[in-house]
Ligand binder design. Structure first.
Ligand SMILES: *Cc1c(COP(=O)(O)O)cnc(C)c1O
Length: 416
């Protein structure tokens, strides 16, 4: 499928008058439409709720848009909890799915009334020292082994640091029950960025069967199944996008088969999607500063891996459109680079693109999730602004660009 930016060259030329490149820009209309479709896909489940994985795009303005669509927050740290609080989310609108959790994080989660999802059985005693148990608590399950869909290995939970083993799940539920916990959740995240409609249904089958067993073994009330994140997006134009309606239907069938005969038809389905909810609705806009003709053909941008780390650390593909040349032939091969003193600072390697000129604006696609969020300050590079393209076509700055003062804010030069 052809990938088309949600902004045109004309729009970008107007935006840069107020907000210079580089910047991440988000598409409010796309975010809302997608959020509504997600809700529709799971509308068959009375308690369904999406908890947006805050780590993907930790911006309160984005979280507020999502909140208006009925979406809560999945937090994994103290500061992410503070963000959720600032947005006005509390209680069961916050899921706290963390690991290697500090005491202060548990204490804040409990204070906000968030649903705490334990990553380890030892965390139960650790938690008890800092906060009271809540009526509803959750445990993260790691079944071990390989996670397969139709005999194809999707990921290897055996090697993942997360979650409790199957025997630990039973032990943890009995222990929490003894502490007075009334309602229980089961969570698992077994594969990341899956571009297949089979992932959630396959995961749901594992968790639903586990829930039936746990209910029988421990006698507790299973209140929800949290399918967590992992529903992916087509970063490459040749990938087929997930069909969220088909995914919702696949989970419904598993629910009908496994839960309904057991009389467990009050179990809510939760999701913690980050990438699926925001990924396609963000882009990094950057201007070409230089071209370089050596052993290869390079174009150098005013953005670098500090603004978008995925290509550098995962070799991840991000599609690139040269704005204003959307329909031009891709007959030139380039490495598209940033200016870090790191040779992996390349947004694209051997990429076929239209002929690029200095001053051209490039739209790097699908940076809405795990894009800005993974930014860092290596080489003294500063984080960019974040902009929101609103439904009425206007643009709001939802985070300003960093300045050298921000970079120096944690230093005290007076004692030098
Ligand atoms: C990262 C993460 C998510 C979101 O993952 P996506 O791949 O962005 O959907 C959800 N839950 C937890 C616990 C996570 O760590």
């Amino acid at each position: 499928m052809k990938k088309t930016p949600f902004v045109t060259l004309e729009q970008v030329e107007s935006i840069v008058k107020d907000y210079p490149t580089p910047f991440h820009i988000y598409d409010e209309k796309g975010i809302r439409e997608n959020a509504r479709k997600l809700k529709e896909a799971f509308a068959w489940n009375k308690g369904y709720k999406e908890y947006f994985a805050v780590k993907a795009t930790p911006n309160p303005y984005i979280m507020k848009v999502l909140k208006e669509e009925g979406i809560g927050a999945d937090c994994s740290s103290y500061t992410e909890l503070l963000l959720a609080d600032k947005v006005g989310l509390d209680g069961s609108n916050i899921m706290f799915s963390s690991n290697v959790t500090p005491a202060a994080d548990f204490a804040l989660a409990a204070k906000l009334g968030a649903i705490v999802n334990f990553d380890d059985i030892t965390h139960i005693d650790f938690y008890e020292k800092v906060a009271p148990f809540q009526e509803t608590m959750s445990c993260r399950f790691n079944p071990g082994g390989d996670f397969k869909i139709k005999s194809q290995i999707m990921d290897t939970p055996q090697d993942a640091k997360y979650g409790l083993t199957r025997p630990q799940m039973t032990e943890a539920f009995l222990k929490l029950k003894e502490k007075g916990v009334k309602h229980f959740g089961i969570h698992a995240f077994l594969a990341s960025n899956t571009v297949t409609n089979e992932y959630y249904p396959a995961l749901a089958r594992i968790l639903f069967k586990t829930a039936v067993e746990l209910k029988k073994e421990t006698g507790v009330h299973i209140a929800f199944i949290n399918l967590s994140g992992g529903v992916g997006i087509p970063y490459r134009p040749d990938q087929t996008p997930n069909d969220i309606m088909a995914i919702g239907e696949g989970v419904r069938q598993a629910y009908e088969e496994i839960f309904v005969p057991e009389g467990m038809d009050d179990v809510a389905i939760y999701t913690e999607l980050g990438r699926f909810v925001l990924g396609p609705y963000g882009g990094l806009v950057s201007q070409v500063l230089h071209e370089k003709h050596t052993h290869k053909e390079y174009v150098g941008l005013d953005a670098c891996a500090a603004n978008l780390m995925r290509p550098a650390i995962y070799g991840a593909y991000h599609h690139i459109t040269v704005l204003g040349k959307e329909d031009a032939e891709c007959d030139h091969m380039y490495d598209v680079t940033g200016g870090l003193c790191e040779n992996n600072d390349k947004f694209a390697i051997d990429r076929m693109l239209p002929e690029i000129k200095i001053g051209d604006y490039l739209f790097i696609h699908d940076t809405g999730a795990h894009g800005f969020a993974m930014g860092y300050n290596y080489n003294g590079k500063l984080r960019s602004a974040e902009l929101l393209l609103k439904e009425d076509g206007s643009v709001e700055q939802i985070r300003r660009a960093e300045t050298p003062e921000d970079y120096f804010a944690t230093l005290n030069f007076d004692n030098l």
